[in-house]
Ligand binder design. Structure first.
Ligand code: UDP
Length: 330
């Protein structure tokens, strides 16, 4: 039923997940058009189609690009993501993440673009009642970041209910890894995520890594997370879009593996794979960190055929390490 797609607008396509999705889109013979203000994305990560520099806070910027390229769908990755920053600058998060998505929806409505895949997060759940977390669990986000994303989900639901958009809401657990050829990967500044920080510490770049809390009620006292390879995430975006094209109006799916890996287990795997010991110091818990987060993946498997084949922790770390060695020239 779904007709051939020619172009997809990738909002935030110069960023970490967006650039990997662009690569996958291009591999399918579809042209990814990147819309990005380059505030945290990188021009050098836009390799598979044109870059349109613009700001999601300006509806006219998005409308201009939608009208020019007439894409078959939009994938929306552009957002502020650093949880701590959201607590300090809530207005910035609400404006970018929620206001930006509203502008995008309005621009899609005025230009007649129907299909949207939206980057959401397991942060919408807050402290889960049970793990693994299914999509049916209540959402009580604990951070400004989580609330700014949850609000977009609610807006999308309302608009999809009256046929204003077809949308897939994908709730990522911990995106990690890099393109296996070392070409693109995670490049945040400042970097707050565990794996790049631990690899940096292993490579002896910068100060020791801070390990936030060893007194959690987990098997080794450190937090457990569900790490999913960025290319597995990318696959799921295309599968979700296929479902929208086949007539689904609204999809909400967790993207994780269902497995949990602790911070100390990550450090151990890094040591095993790189032969280097990441130096760390034990610090206070980071506010808002849940002890254990992992995805119930049954729905994503059933609906999207999601099969995270690259997400075992060794593959994730090998790919990330290959990318960072190249990035750091080591
Ligand atoms: N973490 C850490 N040191 C760091 C970065 C992260 O100990 O430099 C811990 C963090 O407290 C959490 C886990 O590693 O338990 C994963 O954190 P990350 O920021 O990568 O992702 P999050 O789960 O917050 O989305």
């Amino acid at each position: 039923m779904g007709r051939e797609m020619k172009r997809i607008l990738v909002v935030g396509g110069a960023g970490y997940i967006g650039s990997h999705v662009c690569r996958m889109i291009a591999a399918r013979g579809i042209e990814p058009i990147v819309f990005d203000n380059l505030s945290s994305g990188h021009r050098h990560a836009v390799k598979w189609g044109p870059l349109e520099v613009g700001d999601i806070r300006v509806q006219g910027d998005i409308e201009r690009v939608l009208a020019r390229y007439k894409p078959d769908a939009v994938m929306h990755f552009a957002a502020c993501i650093e949880v701590g920053e959201g607590e300090r600058s809530p207005l910035r998060f609400w404006t970018n993440n929620t206001g930006g998505a509203l502008n995008l929806l309005n621009a899609m409505a005025t230009t007649g673009v129907e299909n949207l895949v939206f980057s959401s997060t397991c942060a919408v759940y807050g402290q889960p009642e049970f793990v693994p977390i299914s999509e049916r669990q209540a959402c009580h986000p604990l951070s400004v970041y989580g609330r700014s994303k949850r609000a977009v989900e609610q807006i999308l639901s309302d608009v999809a209910n009256v046929g204003g958009v077809r949308c897939a809401i994908l709730r990522y657990f911990n995106a990690a890894g890099a393109s296996p050829d070392g070409d693109i990967g995670e490049e945040h500044d400042p970097e707050t995520h565990l794996i790049p920080n631990a690899l940096k510490a292993a490579a002896g770049i910068g100060p020791k890594m801070k390990l936030f809390g060893t007194d959690y009620p987990t098997r080794d006292g450190t937090c457990i997370r569900d790490y999913v390879h960025v290319l597995d995430l990318a696959d799921a975006h295309l599968a979700a879009l296929d479902m929208l094209k086949m007539g689904e109006r609204k999809i909400v799916a967790n993207l994780g593996t269902g497995d949990g890996v602790s911070v100390l287990e990550i450090l151990g795997a890094i040591e095993r794979i790189t032969g280097l010991t990441p130096k760390y110091e034990v610090c206070e818990r980071r506010p808002g960190d849940a002890p254990v987060l992992s995805a119930d993946t049954a729905y994503a498997e059933e609906l999207l055929g999601f099969n995270p084949v690259r997400s075992d922790i060794d593959t994730i770390i090998e790919d990330a390490w290959r990318f960072h060695r190249r990035q750091w020239g080591i």
